[in-house]
Design a protein around this ligand. Structure first.
Ligand code: AMP
Length: 227
C-alpha cells in the first residue's frame, strides 16, 4: 500500500496584500511547473487597455483602489477556468489563481462550482513595507517586466531593461491608492485567511525574492510537485 504518496494539489490560490510579490511568485511557478496561471489583475488591465465594456467598468474601480464587483469577477473567472489550458488530460480543473478570490462571496462562488482550492499560499507582508514597495514600482506594459526606482532601477531612466519599452507608474501604485488597496485587503480579503484555515501555507514575503521562492517551492514539494 502506498499510503505515503502525496496527491498533487491542482487548484491553487495565491493570496497576499497588493505588492506582496504574488505576480513574481506566480511567474516563477509557471516557468517551473507549467501551471495555468490566472491573474485577475492582469486580465482586467488587458481588458481595460483593449477598451472592452468590462475593462472600462473595472478601470473605474481599480483607479480608486477599490475592488471590482463580485458579479463581474465571478463571470470572468468562471469563463476562463473552462478553457482547456486550465484542465488536466482527464478534464479535472487545474489552475493557479492569483488575485482571486478576494472576497468571501468570490470564495463561495468557487466552492459552489466545485472549484474550491486544495492549496492556498499566503504571501505575508506588513502594510508599511507594501507602501514602500509599490509606490516605487514601474511596470513595462509591453513585456510585463517590473522595475523599482529604489530596489531594481532600470539602467536607463524610464526604460525597460528587458525590452526597451517605456515604463509606467500604474495609476493604482500611487500612495493614496495603495493605502485604499490595503484597506480593501484588510476588510474584504483577510477574512479568507480564516475561511481557508488549515489549507493555508503561509510564506514570509519580506524575505529576499530568492528566499521567498525557495519557501514557496518547499510548499509545492510538500503538495506533490517535484523539483
Ligand atoms: P492586482 O494586480 O491583483 O493587485 O489587481 C489590481 C486591481 O484589480 C485591484 O486593486 C482590484 O481593483 C482589481 N481586482 C483584481 N482582482 C480582483 C478580484 N478578485 N476582485 C475584485 N477586484 C479585483
Amino acid at each position: 500500500m502506498s499510503g505515503t504518496a502525496t496527491k498533487r494539489s491542482q487548484k491553487i490560490i495565491l493570496v497576499g496584500p497588493p505588492g506582496a510579490g504574488k505576480g513574481t511568485v506566480a511567474k516563477s511557478l509557471v516557468d517551473r511547473y507549467g501551471l495555468c496561471h490566472l491573474s485577475t489583475g492582469d486580465m482586467l488591465r488587458a481588458a481595460a487597455a483593449a477598451g472592452t465594456e468590462v475593462g472600462l467598468l473595472a478601470k473605474s474601480f481599480m483607479d480608486k483602489g477599490a475592488l471590482v464587483p463580485d458579479s463581474v469577477m465571478v463571470s470572468l473567472i468562471e469563463e476562463r477556468v473552462q478553457q482547456p489550458d486550465c484542465r488536466t488530460a482527464d478534464g479535472s480543473p487545474a489552475f493557479m489563481l492569483d488575485g482571486f478570490p478576494r472576497t468571501l462571496p468570490q470564495a463561495d462562488a468557487l466552492q459552489a462550482r466545485g472549484l474550491a482550492p486544495d492549496l492556498v499560499v499566503f504571501i505575508d507582508v506588513p502594510g508599511d513595507a507594501i507602501v514602500r514597495r509599490l509606490s516605487g514600482r514601474r511596470t513595462c506594459p509591453a513585456c510585463g517586466n517590473v522595475h523599482h526606482v529604489e530596489f531594481a532601477p532600470p539602467k536607463a531612466d524610464g526604460i525597460c531593461d528587458r525590452c526597451g519599452g517605456a515604463l509606467v507608474h500604474r495609476s493604482d501604485d500611487h500612495e493614496a491608492t495603495i493605502r485604499k488597496r490595503l484597506d480593501a485587503f484588510e476588510l474584504q480579503t483577510s477574512p479568507l485567511v480564516q475561511r481557508y484555515g488549515a489549507m493555508i501555507e503561509r510564506v514570509d514575503g519580506t524575505q529576499r525574492p530568492d528566499e521567498v521562492m525557495r519557501a514557496v517551492v518547499a510548499v509545492m514539494q510538500r503538495h506533490g510537485y517535484a523539483g
